[in-house]
Design a protein around this ligand. Sequence first.
Ligand code: HEC
Length: 225
Amino acid sequence: MKIKYTIICRLAAFIVALIVVGCRGEISSEDRKAASQGMKSQEVKKVNQADIFAAGLLRGRQIAEAAQLSLGKKLKETMLNEGVQEAIRYCNIQAYPLVDSLSKAYRASIKRVSLKLRNPDDAPDSLENVLLNAYQYSVDNDMALQDNIVSLNDKFLLYTKPILIGDPVCLICHGKKGSEVSDETFSLIKSLYPYDSATGYKMTDLRGMWSIRLSLKEIVNTIND
Ligand code: HEC
């Protein structure tokens, strides 16, 4: 009898334990959610400034490379197949939409800026101006050139990368007037860009920079993914 009683007791305890576990099981879906959110926010907290800057630098490099590739490829193709004049018209019409579509694809704001402008829309803002001048200083003093990432505010980072005259092809539209830039080419440029000051460049000169604004949230997501 005693034995039976003990067994029943154990059984009852087992059932109670099961119910408790079961209940826990039911609550746990919310618990789990809260826990995972807690864990996520902890993960986000664990990502430090250095991680964010490193990830931003990688992302910026990836975007600048894609932008440079697609603009450069189209430019060369057009020059080869349709000539310089058409390529200028192509740059005039297509450079912005192409960069804009890349901006959308990468959810970043992509710009080219310069101290000697062709398109007035590519004028630098005050921070870009400082960074461009810093790159120019490095070029003038034969110092190593490096891309950069800086914090804009608590929402955005700014990635910048110098653009050099790295290919003789550039000189056909940005080189010496009357020789490298033919009179015909120059008059078309002037008709499209009356205030153009983007000629007179030599090989390895600084032509401008990529300026890519990255969302901090996106960058943190790439780390947490
Ligand atoms: C066929 C002529 C042509 C060639 C070749 C060319 N460009 Fe340009 N470039 C232009 C035109 C036109 C614009 C203005 C585009 C616009 O309206 O957005 C421009 C604009 C730019 C800008 C943006 C800044 C500004 O002044 O508006 C940069 C940077 C630039 N070019 C760099 C280069 C580099 C580097 C090369 C060589 C790889 C090159 N370009 C070759 C015609 C050319």
